[in-house]
Design a protein around this ligand. Structure first.
Ligand code: PLP
Length: 444
């Protein structure tokens, strides 16, 4: 029949379209990452398994802090799906449980949690909050940061990685402050006092230009830059200057929170200062769409939006039980301690390899958020082709790592927080082999 034929035609067209789409995705991955990308089908803890059953060590995962295939998460989702699947203005249980739990982990006074679906949404909401509460428009953002793909988050981002820019020109309400890059910046030192005078001058220059800042947004570590930490005390200094002018300070914790840095649950703790607004996502749902803004009751009341529903699915009961189960598992399995102890083994191993192989430069980061520079002779010679070559060769060895940073020369090493000594040693041995072979090939 005509209907039958039409549906066959549609199916053919669909199959065609899907094949084209798959080819596009593969081409994109090839362009940015691997010549022969694996086709991953499933995961187990810190391993990913491809369609042929080959297992890879997942050494770069921004979201799955608990790793893959965690049965306790699957159980929580299944039970809540059957109980109540979607948001209802009259259901509070799962939302209140997660919100209270998160607030109990936040510094005193930051006790109000607003739930959304992603980090980008959290950043956009945080920007809305600081602008609405202060009645001002202008926002200061640190360069070398990525805050998300939505228009607000894009407007305050500088380091986009592979993401396309949403806006051709940065809106006039966004002002930039040069990031204190201790590795590749002008000063090259860890002391915040090297960088603070420039930051304070920049803020004073904005005063002189008649700009009243609603707030300032920053990541405590250069997320897309491969984990370079801001100098200790830098944020405290800048935040004091912003607050003295009536602005609010946002710490974007989307990449660095949940104990990944080992010593602290939040990234800003490393800086010894407390922000006015926290944005969080990624690890919060172990990959399930979930994000939050955490702030004080005072700021939330001044924002004066009734209820906590900003979007249809944000903070759905299923997302919330995932969020609570993630925190339960993180705590019961001691994963923050694991990040500290195993992270140290990993960092020491990387430093030893950097000492032995000239292609590796500085090792950045802390806990299980590390980055290692691939260089061709010092920090001024970032070697993106070399980084790509090493990632390709590591893939052959069953290890997934990804180049990051503005120069695409930093191997980003951010495994699930379940990783153990044996897996770390396997990774280090694979990297050692790859570098040794590369040197031997070059010597021929
Ligand atoms: N903020 C930071 C620091 C990020 O690294 C990212 C994502 O990479 C985001 C915000 C955006 O989060 P999402 O991808 O969940 O929208």
């Amino acid at each position: 029949s005509l209907i039958g034929r039409t549906s066959v035609a549609v199916q053919d067209a669909d199959a065609d379209r899907l094949a084209r789409r798959r080819d596009d995705v593969v081409a994109q991955v090839q362009e940015h990452y691997y010549a022969q990308p694996p086709r991953i089908e499933r995961g187990w803890r810190h391993h990913l398994i491809d369609v042929d059953g080959r297992a890879y060590l997942d050494m770069v995962n921004n979201v799955a802090i608990l790793g893959h295939g965690e049965p306790r998460l699957a159980h929580a989702v299944d039970a809540q799906m059957r109980r109540l699947n979607t948001n209802s203005r009259f259901h509070y249980g799962a939302i209140v449980e997660l919100s209270e739990r998160l607030a109990s982990l936040a510094p005193d006074g930051l006790d109000t949690v607003m739930l959304v679906n992603s980090g980008s949404e959290a950043v956009d909401l945080a920007l809305r909050i600081v602008r609405a509460v202060t009645g001002r428009e202008d926002v200061l953002a640190l360069t070398e940061a990525y805050h998300g793909w939505t228009i607000g988050a894009d407007a305050v981002s500088t380091s986009l990685g592979d993401n396309p820019r949403a806006l051709d020109t940065r809106p006039s309400w966004v002002h930039l402050l040069d990031a204190p890059n201790t590795y590749r910046g002008t000063h090259r030192g860890d002391d915040a006092h090297l960088y603070l005078p420039d930051a304070l001058d920049r803020i004073a220059a904005l005063d002189d230009a008649g700009v009243s800042l609603a707030g300032f947004i920053a990541e405590p570590l250069f997320g897309n830059g491969g984990g370079i930490a801001l100098p200790d005390g830098y944020l405290a200094g800048v935040w004091a200057a912003i607050r003295a002018r009536g602005g609010l300070c946002i710490s974007d914790e989307v990449q660095v929170s949940y104990g990944r840095l080992g010593r602290h649950f939040w990234g800003f703790e490393q800086q010894g200062a407390v922000p006015d607004v926290i944005t969080v996502a990624k690890a919060m749902g172990n990959g399930h769409p979930l994000g939050a803004v955490i702030t004080s009751r005072e700021v939330a009341d001044a924002f004066a939006v009734e209820g906590s529903f900003f979007s249809s699915a944000g903070g759905s009961p299923v997302s919330c039980v995932v969020g609570t189960a993630v925190l339960d598992i993180l705590e019961s399995d001691g994963l923050q301690d694991n990040a500290r102890v195993v992270g140290e083994r990993l960092a020491n191993g990387l430093r030893a390899l950097a000492g032995a192989h000239p292609a590796l430069g500085a090792v950045h980061g802390m806990g299980l958020y590390l980055g290692v520079e691939v260089v061709a002779g010092g920090p001024d010679a970032p070697d993106s082709a070399g980084a790509r070559e090493i990632c390709d060769a590591l893939l052959d060895q069953g290890v997934i790592v990804q180049p990051t940073g503005d120069h695409k020369n930093v191997l980003k090493i951010k495994p699930p927080m379940t990783i153990d000594d044996a897996a770390v040693d396997r990774f280090l041995a694979a990297l050692d082999r790859v570098l040794t072979w590369r040197e031997a090939r070059r010597a021929l």
